[in-house]
Structure formats: C-alpha cells, structure tokens
Ligand binder design. Structure first.
Ligand SMILES: Cc1ncc(COP(=O)(O)O)c(C=O)c1O
Length: 395
C-alpha cells in the first residue's frame, strides 16, 4: 500500500525525543520511586469557576455542533483580552478558535508555508515544532541561540539565516525549553528583520501569563508587526487546563479567514461547553492564575538557589515559563547521557537538551511541575550526579 509522504516526513520525529521520559514513567508505574521533572503539565489546580462553567454548560445542553470558526462569545473574549493587552483594536473576526496552541500552530503553519519554503526557528525549540514544519513540506531552518545570551534570539543571528526562500519565523516567548522572555526592544529588532525580508511571524505565546520580571511582549501587540503576525496560545498552562484543548490564533483578517477554512476542513468546530468555559477563563480574574505564576516563580528561584555554586551544573534563573535549562557540560556528558544516568542511578527524570534541537546540547531541561520538597530532593540528586561525574573526570 502507498502512504502519503507527509507520514514519512513525520515518522520518528516524535518518540525518540521522549525516550527517557517514557522509560521513567514506565518505572514509576512499576512501583519505582521516580521523580518526574520531564513534562510541562501544570500540577496546580485550575480555576474552580472555569471548571464549574464547563459543567453547567454541559448540563444545560451546550453539546451540539458549534460554529466552525469558534463560538462568537469565545472569539470575542480572546479579542477583548488581546485588545486590553495592547491597547490596539482586535476584532473577533481576527480570532480562530482552536483545539489548543498545538492545533493553532498547525493551522497557522499549514496556511503559511509549503514545499519550497523555509521556516526559521530559534534553537533550542519546543519538541513538536519540527513535526509542525515537516507536515507542511517546508524546510526547518534552526537559528542558533546561545546559553551565554540566555538563549535569546538576536536580530543578527536571524538575519544570517534568511534566504530568498524564508517565509515564516516561528517565535516562542516565554520559551520552552529555555525560559527566555523577549523584551519589547528585542521583538522590535527581530521584527525589523522580518519586515525587511517580508516574513510572517508565528508567535507561540502559550506561556504569556507566566512571564516573571521581563514584561511579556508580542509582535501581535506592535502597531506595524501585527500585520505580519499570528499569535497562538491557550489556557493549557496559564489556567492549568491542558485537557480542555481550548486555544486560539489571532491574525490579520485575511489570514484569519484562510486559517478558518483550513481549520474547518480538519475539525468542523469544537465543543461549545469548553468555549463557554474559555469565556469565563478570559473574562474574569482568577486567583488560581496568579497563584500559578507565583508558584512557578518561587520554584524557579528555589531550584536555581539549590544548584547555585555547583562547579558541575550551572543554571540561570528563567525569565518565564515552567522550565529551567541546566548546563551540565562540565561533566563531559551529553544531555542525553546525563539524563539516562540520572534516571538509572538517581531515579530523576529530566529531558535531554538535545530533544529540543542541537542548541540544547550539553543541557537538560527541568520542569518546575513538582512541589518544593520534591524539587529540593531532585536538585540534591542532580547535583550529586553532576559533581560525581566532574570528580571522576578530574582523576
Ligand atoms: C511552547 C509550547 N507550545 C505549545 C504547547 C502545546 O500547548 P497546548 O496544550 O495549548 O496545545 C506547549 C506544551 O507544552 C508548549 O510548551
């Protein structure tokens, strides 16, 4: 039998990256005491009012087909939120409701890129980006970012990778896995390169509500750049509701119209009771959202303090998001080798930096998704392995 080439392009892109994580989960299921720092799923409770709305809507019969582009109330709630954020007008017609950020990303990329195009992606990058780009047939072009720059994309590094085939820049701020948050000035400088070369910007803002000191900045909030930007996000992280798959893309009108057609071909609308819950999530203030941001920040501070001063493992406090990149290059191991040793010998599961592109080499990603005591114990074990390896290396 013949299969379409998209399945060849995607084959094997996913699983290898997650091998350590799956092994750790298997060992945990078999009863081993394993600390999982490998997955970006918030462990904190979602806002009660949002869950309550979903239940009420479900009970009141909001279970029928929804409009293909998304319920107007949900699109309006997203538009109002983005308008409040930027002070610029955003119409509900610019919003495409999506089944999570991942689906919004896929819809955006399929609408913007195809075979023969190049998509520029700052490296390290979120693990699904390669698949999203490969699905369109476009070529994935990694743009290096450096640990010593806090993994911030620079306009110069971007410009150096632009070719006549470049079509889209896929940005992510606050970033997974690096915790980098781009400042407004950086967005402006990067945006200038995109304007010069007529590139679209797809901005993955799923961690927008989890920026710490550097205020969150989006090209969609910029008076000129918004014409070439599609911002994608969801309530998966901010409201600890990944299972709701409630997300969106915000784009210029013509792009939103085209994305809606792509989305309708794939989904034919989403659950109205979840759309109702999204409205409550975005239009009301929820203490749980502020608690979540504060907790991740406290955990990031505790984690960096626990590893501070180690000669074998270096961490920098993240500027936002739910992850910390730990630089274990002094141990002489790759991120992958370190992650396996850490699992096998110390029962802690982390993601190899290489799972997020060549730029993550020599690092491991630690998720801030366990409580303080567990994290302190995990840090103790990470430090023990790293310092043991350093000592072995010296002899
Ligand atoms: C950078 C990034 N983008 C997108 C997603 C997927 O988010 P969603 O649940 O909204 O599809 C994740 C989830 O880990 C992520 O880290």
């Amino acid at each position: 039998m013949k299969y379409a080439s998209v399945s060849d392009r995607l084959a094997g892109l996913g699983e290898a990256k997650w091998a350590v994580h799956f092994a750790g989960k298997q060992r945990a299921a078999a009863g081993q005491a394993v600390i999982l720092l490998s997955i970006g799923e918030p462990d904190l409770p979602p806002p009660a009012a949002v869950v309550e709305q979903a239940v009420t809507s479900l009970r009141s019969g909001r279970t029928r087909y929804a409009s293909g582009s998304g319920e107007l109330a949900a699109r309006s709630a997203v538009a109002n939120r983005l308008a409040r954020r930027s002070g610029l007008e955003v119409s509900p017609d610019q919003i495409v409701y999506a089944s999570g950020t991942q689906n919004a990303l896929f819809t955006a990329m399929l609408t913007l890129a195809e075979h023969g195009d190049e998509v520029l992606v700052p490296d390290p990058y979120y693990a699904t980006y390669e698949g999203v780009v490969a699905a369109t047939g476009a070529t994935f072009v990694a743009v290096p970012t450096l640990p010593e720059d806090g993994f911030h994309l620079t306009a110069a590094a971007l410009a150096a990778k632009v070719t006549p085939r470049s079509r889209v820049l896929l940005l992510n701020t606050p970033a997974n896995p690096t915790g980098a948050v781009l400042s407004a000035a950086e967005v402006e400088a990067i945006g200038a390169v995109c304007e010069q070369h007529d590139l679209w910007i797809v901005c993955d803002e799923v961690y927008a509500d989890i920026a710490f000191d550097v205020p969150f900045a989006s090209p969609f909030d910029h008076p000129r750049l918004r014409e070439r930007t599609v911002a994608v996000a969801s309530i998966s992280k901010s409201h600890a509701l990944p299972g709701f798959r409630a997300g969106w893309a915000a784009a210029p009108l013509e792009l939103a119209r085209r994305m809606t057609a792509v989305s309708e071909a794939m989904l034919f609308g989403l659950q109205p009771f979840v759309a109702d819950a999204l409205v409550v999530a975005l239009e009301q203030e929820h203490p749980e959202v502020a608690d979540l941001r504060r907790t991740f920040r406290e955990r990031a501070d505790a984690l960096t303090a626990a590893l501070h001063g180690s000669p074998a493992v270096h961490v920098r406090n993240p500027e936002g998001g739910m992850f910390v990149m730990a630089d274990i290059r002094p141990t002489g191991l790759t991120g992958e080798q370190f992650a396996w040793r850490l699992l096998d010998e110390f029962g802690v599961v982390v993601m190899p930096g290489e799972s997020f592109g060549p730029g993550g080499a020599g690092h491991v990603r630690l998720a801030l998704t366990v409580d303080a005591d567990v994290m302190a114990e995990a840090c103790h074990r990470i430090r023990a392995l790293a310092e043991q390896l350093l000592a072995e290396r010296a002899t």
